[in-house]
Design a protein around this ligand. Structure first.
Ligand code: CTP
Ligand code: CA
Length: 223
């Protein structure tokens, strides 16, 4: 896809990552990718060009201004995002990246044995942090936080730590607002620690609200 001739470029990471243990096993999480795909749709509705770097999800989306790059692991997600970062005006980190990966990937399928087995895990690349360190002032970064306790405090801490302009706090308090559901209850927090809370709504609607907030900031940053 030629990403230079259309509307502002939006880079979005989405879905879970799969961290291989051996050729047939992996460690992952329950992310459905629905929120990230809804955000992609909302940006496309607004005339943006979207590059979606997607972990394995059971979703499809097609649009002339959309390019989807399918990846498995966090390392692949980071590498696939890199070529688009510089030219992206908005970057949305919607992926549920696995925090750890197995220290080594076994070349052959591991065999069951009589003894217990321990798996050594090492830290994965923090994609949002890496990009946050090189982000320009004219770029808008949007991150996510899914917290179970001290929700608002933890989200604000992540906003600053990762150099986000906005962080979307996903509430785990309400039923119908968790992994795999079609609804979400979000709070958007900006760098001035202003909270904008939304009711339980469809992920499509939440995607539009997130997109609107990001585009408003991007317009303010346009020289
Ligand atoms: N993120 C990322 N790469 C990682 C981990 C997280 O890009 N390796 C991004 C997520 O896409 C999200 C934000 O960072 O936008 C926060 O993710 P989260 O898992 O809530 O934060 P962590 O820093 O991993 O902290 P923890 O899981 O311990 O709460
Ligand atoms: Ca994490």
């Amino acid at each position: 896809m030629n990403t230079t001739t259309k509307g502002p470029l939006v880079l979005i990471t989405v879905g879970p990552t799969r961290e291989a243990i051996d050729p047939v096993r992996y460690i992952s999480n329950h992310s459905s990718g629905k929120m990230g795909y809804a955000i992609a749709s909302a940006f496309l509705e607004q005339g943006c060009t979207v590059v979606l770097v997607s972990g394995p999800v059971g979703l499809a989306l097609a649009h002339p201004n959309l390019s989807i790059i399918h990846v498995q692991s966090a390392d692949e997600m980071f590498a696939a995002s890199q070529p688009y970062f510089q030219s992206a005006q908005i970057v949305v980190f919607a992926a549920a990246v696995a925090d750890y990966k197995p220290a080594e990937i076994f070349t052959y399928k591991m065999k069951k044995s009589a003894s217990e087995f321990e798996l050594k895990m090492v830290k994965n690349v923090d994609i949002a942090c890496e990009f946050g360190q090189v982000k320009r002032n004219d770029q808008i970064a949007v991150g996510f936080a899914l917290e179970t306790n001290n929700e608002e405090q933890n989200a604000v801490h992540k906003l600053y730590k990762k150099n986000f302009d906005l962080i979307v706090l996903n509430s785990t308090q309400d039923s119908g607002a968790t992994f795999g559901f079609d609804t979400n209850k979000i709070t958007i927090i900006n760098k001035d620690v202003v909270f904008q809370s939304f009711p339980l709504q469809s992920k499509q609607e939440a995607g539009r609200d997130i997109t609107k907030a990001a585009l408003r900031l991007a317009t303010n940053h346009t020289p």
